[in-house]
Design a protein around this ligand. Structure first.
Ligand SMILES: NC(=O)c1ccc[n+]([C@@H]2O[C@H](COP(=O)([O-])OP(=O)(O)OC[C@H]3O[C@@H](n4cnc5c(N)ncnc54)[C@H](O)[C@@H]3O)[C@@H](O)[C@H]2O)c1
Length: 282
């Protein structure tokens, strides 16, 4: 049985075959060619099988988001499959999963490698989405540091004094800063490399979304998370499907005027923090 005879399909690359990324794919990938990238072969096998059994056309690629060459090879592989019209980056580690250095190298530098690499292969009219975090709103960077980040190439981000001195202190701070840098990376790409290819790029900053990563966070800092979620307007955690609805919108044709921006989807956590309804215990 041949399920799909179409040729010259558009390619969609997902870096980090996790819960939110695959939920987005299920909304936009019918009739397209998916390239799934992840460091874990086990994840790739499980997720690709699941998607194939749901009718999607999937290829897999082992990729380490920490390594520039690996990410570039991933982008080139995506381009070899068809015009790359969508790129989604969800590869990340959370505070209770890794050291400050690992978080900065993966969530900040690794994301930068991916934005740079896909900035060379995106098709005209294509769109990208980086999954950042509500924590990107929890630690305000001084204006001069943001300007320095915007003008620093990805390879040199770890050398910025503020990153070396403040971000390396603790995994929680490293994560907040890395996720704020994701917003800046999307702004920069939207105005430069991605703009030149007539492609758009945005970020989503989710609140607490129930995924394997969130289970790790809850088992390590459950009480703090519970208090934060209880103080939010939604009074609950979110689901990957709720993030995917917004992701599909930002990647789709109704969002053609939206680029270089962030969409915070947190059930009201940041509103609670900003208004003092909830006091963040950093
Ligand atoms: N779950 C939440 O509550 C939450 C909230 C805000 C932001 N986020 C962010 O969303 C993104 C996705 O998180 P998720 O909850 O879907 O997690 P997930 O664990 O389901 O997915 C993350 C994926 O990244 C992969 N990965 C890890 N290191 C990698 C590397 N070096 N190279 C390639 N792939 C690698 C993992 O194998 C995994 O498949 C992350 O960036 C996370 O920081 C999550």
């Amino acid at each position: 049985m041949i399920f799909d005879r179409s040729e010259n399909k558009e390619a969609i690359a997902l870096l980090g075959a996790g819960s939110m990324g695959t939920a987005i794919l299920r909304r936009i990938a019918a009739g397209k060619k998916i390239l799934l990238g992840d460091i874990s072969e086990k994840n790739l096998e499980r997720v690709s099988q699941d998607l194939r059994y749901s009718g999607y056309d999937v290829e897999t690629c082992v990729v380490n988001a920490l390594e520039k060459d690996s990410v570039e090879a991933f982008a080139e592989k995506a381009a070899s499959l068809g015009p790359v019209m969508y790129f989604i980056d969800t590869a990340g580690a959370s505070p209770n999963q890794a050291s400050p250095e690992h978080i900065l190298k993966l969530d900040m530098v690794g994301t930068g490698y991916a934005v740079d690499a896909f900035g060379k292969v995106m098709g005209r009219g294509g769109a990208g989405l980086i999954i950042s975090s509500q924590t990107g709103y929890m630690h305000r960077l001084p204006d001069e540091v943001e300007l320095e980040i915007l003008s620093t190439p990805t390879e040199k981000l770890m050398d910025i004094p503020y990153i070396r001195e403040v971000a390396m202190e603790r995994s929680g701070i490293a994560y907040m800063i890395a996720k704020r840098v994701n917003h800046l990376q999307a702004q920069k790409a939207a105005a430069t490399t991605w703009k030149e290819r007539r492609a758009r790029i945005n970020t989503i900053s989710p609140g607490v979304i129930v995924t394997p990563l969130a289970y790790d966070e809850f088992s390590a800092s459950g009480e703090g998370y519970q208090a934060m979620v209880d103080a939010s307007a939604a009074e609950r955690c979110g689901t990957s499907d709720e993030i995917a609805e917004a992701g599909a919108f930002l990647l789709g044709e109704h969002a053609r005027f939206i680029t270089g921006t962030d969409l915070l989807i947190d059930g009201g956590v940041i509103a609670a923090i900003r208004t003092g309804t909830y006091k963040l215990g950093i």
